[in-house]
Ligand binder design. Structure first.
Ligand code: FEO
Length: 395
């Protein structure tokens, strides 16, 4: 147990071996942590728990540091199993323990555990005095689950923000100012880009609401990764940028290929983009890390997608990628499609349509080449890339 500030303590666990999250959807190159917090005041309050595969270790810490019998109530900011997973084990021993959560939180916990525990539902503006500190609840509905909320601990002025402002990062220190800054920001950006991008309009609205509440925030303690105690509003300001149709003016070319024809096109398009001074990254989606590619797309202004045609459609890694692009609801991005084909040639047209339906502003018609590209066709791809870069710069 590590003191965060005054009566607020970190009681989390780092999951050093974690490689993937949300099933196999999201890679976690720097592992993660599940940050539970304890507030020791006249009342002893546990805020969030850990994933159930760490339940034994968590209960051992809880008993050693505070004794589960002495906890007065639990606050569940968010019921997803990485934070609510240990509730079952805790409530086995304390079945009447009050659980403070949102109305949706109670519904989700009931559906996960099939138990009707002692729920006390709260909403924005509700407060509880626990001695010197007061807990103030803030709804974060759909950021990123229907039940999400934050708890502000008035007194020490610590915002227990749950998923918001977190990172999948198991660091040697629990504090941001003692961790590797490159990794912190890289993982915070991936967390936002991959998990929270679809909710950007809600996040913009919620950030405005939270700012208007004028909470005197001195520390932001999320439920994953490191705690922001030095100038904590930096991450709030960054969220405001990320939620506002963010891009870095760059491009991403993503392709899949069977006999390297589409690869040659991808590389020629990228050369054309770079020759105009626009930064460009190229990924073969069949072998690239999917969530890293999506994060690069989040940062890019332009997304170019290519596939050769197989069975009248796209290769499956590109079909996956198009689903990701659609689901992430990117805004303010330019798209383009390309690909090699043998006889029917549907893939570039399907990609074009999918990108358009995903909300990208489409650039030009798809670029297609029959079988392997000749020199003049490679030159046409370079030109395609140059024109795409001009469209990025002019937008
Ligand atoms: Fe970290 Fe939405 O759970």
């Amino acid at each position: 147990m590590i003191q965060v500030k005054d009566q607020v303590y970190y009681l989390g666990l780092r999951d050093w071996e974690l490689k993937e999250f949300h099933g196999h959807e999201l890679s976690t190159h720097h592992a993660s942590s599940y940050n539970s917090y304890l507030i020791k005041d006249e009342k002893t309050v546990l805020v969030d728990t850990v994933w159930d595969h760490q339940a034994d270790a968590f209960l051992e810490i809880l008993d050693r540091e505070v004794n589960l019998e002495k906890i007065d109530f639990i606050v569940v900011n968010h019921a997803e199993p990485d934070h609510g997973g240990t509730l079952g084990r805790i409530l086995e021993r304390r079945p009447d323990l009050p659980i403070y959560c949102s109305t949706k939180g109670a519904e989700i916990i009931r559906r996960h555990f099939h138990k009707d525990w002692n729920f006390r539902t709260v909403k924005t503006g509700d407060t509880i005095s626990i001695g010197q500190c007061e807990l103030q609840f803030v709804d974060m509905t759909m950021i990123h689950w229907p039940d999400s909320m934050m708890t502000f601990v008035k007194g020490p002025n610590v915002l227990l923000s749950n998923d918001a402002f977190g990172q999948h990062y198991a660091a040697a220190s629990i504090f941001e100012d003692e961790a590797d800054p490159c990794t912190v920001w890289q993982e915070a950006e991936k967390y936002y880009g991959y998990i929270l991008t679809p909710f950007a309009p809600l996040i913009r609205k919620k950030l405005a609401e939270v700012v208007a509440m004028k909470l005197p925030i001195e520390v932001i303690a999320p439920s994953h990764g490191v705690i922001w105690r030095k100038d904590p509003l930096r991450i709030v300001e960054k969220y405001a940028q990320w939620a506002n149709d963010y891009h870095e003016g760059s491009a991403v070319v993503v392709y899949d290929t069977m006999y390297n024809a589409t690869r040659k096109m991808a590389e020629a398009i990228a050369r054309g983009i770079e020759s105009k001074g626009v930064k460009c990254k190229v990924f073969n989606s069949a072998v690239a890390d999917n969530s890293d590619v999506v994060t690069e797309m989040f940062k890019a202004r332009g997304i170019v997608v290519g596939s050769c045609t197989v069975n009248n459609g796209c290769m499956r890694s590109i079909a996956d990628m198009l689903e990701e692009i659609h689901g992430h609801k990117f805004k303010n991005k330019i798209g383009a499609a390309f690909g090699s084909y043998g006889w029917s040639g549907e893939a570039p047209k399907k990609i074009y349509k999918a990108l358009e339906e995903a909300g990208l502003k489409m650039f030009s018609d798809p670029q297609s080449v029959k079988y392997q590209p000749e020199t003049h066709e490679i030159e046409a791809c370079v030109q395609f890339g140059q024109d795409f870069a001009d469209a990025i710069k002019q937008s």
